[in-house]
Design a protein around this ligand. Structure first.
Ligand code: SF4
Length: 318
């Protein structure tokens, strides 16, 4: 990127809040602290907020997995020169007069995630969660105020903005809910062409065989091993998604990207590792789960695996 482009900005700029994009010295449990009130968590994590790692050109070295998925699709559609993913403190280098769309992915923009509400009630004093503070800081960044690109917000927590009736106040043009593979590119294309897009957009379910691979490394070396759940808990959105386990070859390609991106740990994203290629009635497929984790563990450069969630009941069955 030359100096003139830096001043003019990039047509599509993607970002996540400092609280969500952070790796906290590769400790994912620190991310939970961001759900606590800012007066507590902001102090505890103050040294991390200004230390997100960047590449030589100022782009994010690693960021949240969902943003990397969207970035990959956008690069395929609009080309690498027109899409950039950056951290909060680099936004003024990349948002400029050529910037048409800023895309933000978030898991807990209003501090309404179950972890935020549960932990905050347990610790007994309230106040704005650090996640909510950092999201507002991002979405109202001075460069966004100055150049006024269209702002689209998606991700697992985008529902919170609608629930809090905060879309207009925060200057968000489009709230995108659901999986992005079917519709998000057409929404971006319309925004790039200054066409009208509904301010609240629910994406259709994608064909899981067409899910793009990430092209650049994700925080904590995240890779999605499956989507959906199917157990049907009435409050839960993952259960709305058709359960699908990604083939090992697909998963290993993303692990390669992450290892090349400088991590030595892999975080397998799933609602329950024992749902991976499970049998009818959620009976765990021991053979496939073992094969997957052995394959990941034997990949050169992988030193740690973070398995995310599993159900104790399924663990005991195995
Ligand atoms: S992901 Fe968890 S909460 Fe959601 S449907 Fe499955 S078991 Fe229930």
């Amino acid at each position: 990127m030359n100096d003139e482009e830096k001043i003019d900005g990039v047509p599509i700029v993607l970002a996540a809040s400092r609280a969500e994009a952070n790796e906290y010295d590769n400790n994912p449990f620190s991310a939970f602290i961001c759900t606590f009130p800012k007066k507590l968590s902001g102090y505890a994590l103050r040294n991390y907020m200004n230390n997100l790692t960047i590449n030589e050109d100022g782009t994010a070295q690693r960021t949240i997995y969902g943003l990397r998925k969207i970035e990959s699709m956008l690069i395929d559609e609009f080309g690498e020169d027109n899409v950039v993913t950056v951290h909060y403190d680099q936004l003024d280098r990349f948002i400029g007069k050529k910037t048409k769309v800023v895309g933000i992915s978030t898991m807990d923009p209003m501090g309404l995630a179950y972890v935020s509400t549960t932990y905050n009630s347990l610790i007994g004093f309230g106040g704005e969660a650090l996640n909510a503070f950092e999201f507002e800081k991002l979405v109202t960044h001075p460069a966004i105020q100055k150049y006024k690109p269209k702002v689209i917000v998606g991700g697992q927590g985008s529902w919170q903005v609608a629930e809090a009736d905060a879309q207009e106040k925060l200057g968000i043009d489009v709230l995108f809910q659901g999986e992005g593979e079917s519709d998000l590119i057409s929404v971006f294309r319309r925004l790039m062409n200054d066409e009208q897009v509904p301010s609240y957009y629910v994406g259709k379910k994608p064909d899981r065989k067409n899910v793009a691979l990430i092209k650049k490394a994700a925080s904590y070396g995240m890779v999605e091993i499956m989507r959906g759940c199917g157990r049907g808990c009435h409050f839960c959105s993952p259960t709305m998604r058709t359960r699908y386990s990604f083939p090992i070859e697909h998963i290993m390609k993303e692990i390669e990207v992450n290892i090349k991106g400088g991590t030595n740990s892999i975080f397998t994203v799933t609602e329950d590792i024992f749902l991976y290629k499970c049998y009818k009635n959620f009976i765990p497929n021991r053979k496939e789960v073992t094969k997957l984790y052995k394959t990941i563990a034997s990949y050169p450069g992988v030193e740690h695996i973070l398995p995310q969630f599993f159900m104790i009941k399924n663990f005991l069955m195995n």
